[in-house]
Design a protein around this ligand. Structure first.
Ligand code: DAK
Length: 259
């Protein structure tokens, strides 16, 4: 898996894969090619049996400072319609395996939206999150107004979206946007720790559980409860359910096979 703007390590550690956004001079600005590469890499990693959890990270300065403004500047609405970036973003959102964003530095605009598209976010203490699109005469377009509002509540989301202000990692954590704040230099290590813990679980149960939590985020309670019920039953069609429960009774560690 060799790309121009991302570095992919499918066998980074145990069953954890790593994707590093890699346009350092541009603070990892998300140009169209980078997003296509990311979509392609996630699709491939989703199919690899020896990958159970995926980390997306950037570098010390930036997770990503947003979509590439220089690439977007001259586009009109019909250009954007034809490019149809939403197909790419939707595919990324559909990744079946758990996605962890390990954020250092700036996560702005599309970068913040990409982090929020992941399932969990760990951040270094100097990380900054924000949706500064308003300062460019536009507004968030890849889920920022929706996911930020669900995470932070209306008042704070409105403040960030309407002023373009940033919030730091501690505030983001206190308000539930991210999972954990860690010293900057430990961000990736801590993300790997979390990913390895998750990667020990049954891949079948992980997929069904992830789908169910996302359903809660994206639908009403009753619809979510029915969805959860079906996925709960489906777990009992797996060998992993038998193995997990047998191992508990026999007081040993389960060996999950994803079957
Ligand atoms: N795009 C392109 N280049 C960028 C960039 C960006 N978003 N952010 C930074 N860079 C480039 C800078 O231009 C500079 O390049 P040179 O001038 O040296 O060639 C280099 O990265 C270093 O940046 P600075 O010199 O500005 O560094 P500072 O430390 O002084 O400032 C900063 C860091 C992050 C505060 C600043 O760079 C900044 O304000 N960047 C822009 C942040 C921003 O406005 N982000 C939102 C972009 S709009 C959609 C999906 C997504 C989106 C839209 C639609 N669909 C699915 C349809 C998303 C839109 C956005 O994200």
């Amino acid at each position: 898996m060799t790309y121009e703007f991302i570095i992919v390590e499918p066998a980074f550690q145990d069953k954890v894969a790593l994707i590093r956004l890699n346009r350092p001079k541009e603070l990892n600005a998300l140009n169209l090619q980078l997003m296509l590469e990311l979509k392609d890499a996630l699709k491939s990693l989703d199919q690899l049996e020896n990958v159970s959890c995926i980390i997306i990270t950037g570098n010390e300065q930036a997770f990503a400072a947003g979509a590439d403004i220089k690439q977007m500047e001259s586009k009109n609405a019909i250009d954007l319609l034809h490019i149809d970036q939403f197909e790419t973003w939707d595919q990324i959102r559909k990744t079946k395996k758990p996605l962890i964003a390990a954020v250092n530095g700036f996560a702005l605009g599309g970068g913040c939206e990409l982090a929020m598209t992941c399932d969990m976010i760990l951040a270094g203490e100097s990380a900054k999150f924000g949706q500064p699109e308003i300062k460019l005469g536009i507004m968030p377009g890849a889920g920022g107004t929706q996911r930020l509002t669900k995470a932070l509540g209306k008042a704070k989301a409105m403040e960030l979206v309407l002023t373009g202000r940033f919030i730091g990692a501690h505030e983001a954590c206190e308000r539930g946007l991210i999972n954990q704040v860690v010293p900057d230099e430990l961000c990736l290590d801590e993300a790997v720790k979390l990913a390895k813990e998750i990667a020990q679980m049954s891949p079948v149960a992980l997929q069904l559980a992830k789908e169910s939590v996302l359903k809660a985020f994206e639908s009403g309670l009753q619809e979510g409860l029915y969805f959860e019920r079906k996925n709960f039953y489906l777990c009992f069609a797996s060998d992993d359910q038998k193995e997990g429960m047998k191992a508990f009774v026999e007081k040993r560690k389960p060996e999950f096979k994803g079957k």
